[in-house]
Structure formats: C-alpha cells, structure tokens
Write a protein that binds this ligand. Structure first.
Ligand SMILES: *Cc1c(COP(=O)(O)O)cnc(C)c1O
Length: 226
C-alpha cells in the first residue's frame, strides 16, 4: 500500500498547534519514510531497535527519531547517540541505564514515562504511585523527563477509551504540579521538564486530543496496514 498522502494532509489540518504528530513507520521501508519527509514530516516513531538502526543511517539527519517500543536496558547504548525522545520508560532501572548511556554520548536524553492505563495485562507501564515516586527520586544529569505516554485498551467502547485517556491526563497534570513544587523549593529541577503527553493512535487520536494529548503516534492511517 502506498503512503497515504491525502490522509496525512487531512490529519495535519485536524491537529491543534500544540499537538505534535509522530509518524509511526515500523515495518515500513525507508522509501515510505522519505515520501512523508518530502511533505515536511520530521518526527518518526519506531518500535524495534534493530530496525531503527538499519533505517536511521539511510535517512536525512534532521529526522527526529522517537523510540516508542519496549526498550531493553542492554539496547539503550545503540539509541543514545541520536534518539530524540524515548517514549516507553517503565522502570527506574531503565532510567539509570539511560543516564549512563546519555553521559557516554554526552547528550541529555529526553524520556516519557509509560503509564499502564489499559485493562490489558499485556501492555507495559508504571502505575500512578510508581510515576510519582520516580519523579520524586529523579536526579539525573543526562536524562530529562518530559512527560507521560500511554496506550488505551484495544477495541473497547468510546466511553472506556475516554475514561482511560482522562485518567492519564489527570496524572499528567499532577506530575506538572509536582514539577512546579520542586521548582518552588529552589532545588534545581532541570531533569524534569514536563510538557508532553503522548497518547492517541490511528483509531483514537481525535479522542486523545480532545482529552489533552500533546503528541499523537499514528502509523497505519499514514502508511497503510502492517
Ligand atoms: C504501532 C504503534 C503505534 C501506531 O499504531 P497505529 O494504530 O498503526 O496508528 C502507536 N504507538 C505505539 C506504541 C505503537 O506500537
């Protein structure tokens, strides 16, 4: 299936100015990525480290690569030199490895904490207590926590989806006030800069935006089915 250029431009007209579109290109060839790049798209998302490492050198250097899959600690070192944002951080030990590899690469690596909002057991992520604890413990020189990421349950009714997204938005707002509190105590909170809420995919991005998403991750709508 060719790249859906018309769907891409329609989608752009639906995005409020504060919402970033990440085009999810997993399993798709570099030619498809280039086709969207030529339309002006710069943020692309990949799920698999090996696949990303094969594609990245073949593509323009000003692409902002988002890693949206489940990241294993032993693979962080491959992404550290170039990744723009790591969406799926689900443990403090992973953050510590990102800190270590960020220091080696001499970069501060931007991360989102993945929150488990779906009813499905199969999805990864932290619960609310773990998120808040992580924020209060975060003291990093080469990690910056930018916000939260979540995935809703597949194939449920809109009311359930909405409740999941609203729950994530409420937690996001709580995190932002935690950050503000940290700043007001004049402890330098440079490792927190919470402004990104990554939620919404091809099937539910409009609902996610209505619930306060600032970043949508859209794949099949742009690139066709996988
Ligand atoms: C594959 C994937 C997407 C994109 O899904 P579509 O339904 O194809 O838009 C978004 N987020 C994550 C984490 C994914 O794995």
């Amino acid at each position: 299936m060719p790249v859906q250029l018309e769907a891409y431009h329609t989608l752009l007209t639906q995005l409020p100015p504060q919402v970033t579109l990440v085009a999810v290109s997993k399993t798709k060839p570099v030619s498809d990525i280039l086709a969207l790049y030529r339309e002006g798209q710069r943020d692309f998302g990949e799920n698999y480290v090996q696949e990303l490492l094969e594609k990245q050198p073949q593509l323009p250097v000003d692409i902002r690569w988002h890693f949206i899959g489940h990241l294993q600690s032993n693979k962080v070192k491959y992404l550290a030199p170039f990744v723009h944002l790591i969406h799926g951080v689900d443990s403090f030990s992973l953050l510590k490895e990102i800190q270590k590899q960020g220091a080696k690469a001499n970069r501060r690596l931007d991360c989102l904490l993945q929150v488990h909002i779906a009813q499905e057991e199969t999805k990864f992520g932290m619960n609310e207590a773990e998120v808040l604890q992580t924020l209060s413990q975060a003291s990093f020189t080469h990690v910056r926590i930018k916000g939260l990421m979540g995935m809703g349950t597949n194939g449920v009714d809109e009311q359930t989806q909405r409740a999941e997204f609203e729950g994530l938005k409420t937690l996001f707002d709580k995190c932002r006030s935690t950050e503000t509190a940290a700043r007001s105590t004049e402890i330098p909170a440079r490792d927190l800069e919470i402004d990104t809420l990554s939620m919404g995919m091809s099937g539910d991005y409009l609902l996610a935006i209505a619930c306060g998403s600032t970043m949508v991750r859209v794949g099949s709508l742009l690139f066709g089915g996988r």
